[in-house]
Design a protein around this ligand. Structure first.
Ligand code: ZN
Length: 243
């Protein structure tokens, strides 16, 4: 299908293997008739997330009969040349700290913009109409390319530049980390929560020390954010998010 119209009932999920993108995959499987996934190898200094994404995909498809049918192929794109430009703590062995721009040193400039351009090109070829990403501006807004304003502008740009009608969906945009756990419970019950705790990977330092909230070092900014959200969700009674 070289130039088939992109279907609004089909989605491409940006799946990193972390908690947020795992919830996004469940969200998409709950909504769209056809769901494919894409992951980016941009020279991360660790590959734990890329391993996690394979496990998350396989186990999540088993959670519901409809999800098995909806989940299509996985795509992995090598964008290491971009990672080489990014040069930050995510791609090099440098300390995680706040830079003089007020941004964490884990920030790779424009990373989500690049991801979405690649994702849109792939979606165009695959006839997929919706791009789904775990960007969030509630708990942590240090990344300017995660803000909804940025993504609205990019959606317009992609549609002008590719003569398509893509939608960029960001189901976690307005949720706290605690509410993201609640969304997981709403979508797939405790089985999905358990899968995400056990199999998704968020830690920047590639550690898998077990905690109630999952595996990780427990100290890096990603672990601290994940642990804080989990603690708040548990304190709130592990409630499912109300649709
Ligand atoms: Zn960590």
């Amino acid at each position: 299908m070289p130039d088939a119209a992109a279907s609004a009932d089909s989605a491409l999920v940006l799946l990193s293997g972390g908690q947020d993108s795992a919830v996004c995959l469940a969200w998409a499987l709950d909504r769209y008739a056809r769901v494919e996934t894409v992951g980016f190898d941009y020279g991360q200094r660790h590959a734990a997330e890329l391993k996690a994404r394979r496990v998350v995909r396989r186990k999540m498809a088993r959670l519901a009969p409809a999800w098995v049918e909806r989940l299509g192929p996985d795509h992995r794109l090598n964008i290491r040349s971009f990672g080489a430009i990014g040069e930050s703590a995510m791609t090099q062995e440098r300390a995680i700290e706040v830079t003089d721009r007020g941004l964490p040193s884990t920030f790779v400039p424009g990373r989500n913009l690049v991801f979405l351009v690649y994702a849109a090109a792939l979606a165009d070829r695959r006839g997929l109409g919706v791009l789904v990403g775990g960007m969030c501006e509630t708990d942590y807004s240090g990344y300017p390319d995660c803000r909804r304003d940025t993504l609205d502008a990019l959606q317009t740009t992609l549609n002008l530049g590719m003569a398509r009608d893509f939608r960029i969906e960001t189901p976690l945009m307005r949720l706290t980390k605690a509410e993201t756990w609640g969304l997981a419970k709403q979508l797939g019950g405790e089985r999905l929560v358990e899968l995400i705790v056990k199999d998704s990977h968020t830690c920047y330092l590639n550690e898998r020390t077990p905690h109630d909230w999952g595996g990780g070092c427990g100290h890096c900014p990603a672990c601290e954010l994940r642990a804080k959200g989990w603690t708040e969700w548990v304190a709130g009674g592990r409630a499912a998010l109300t649709p």
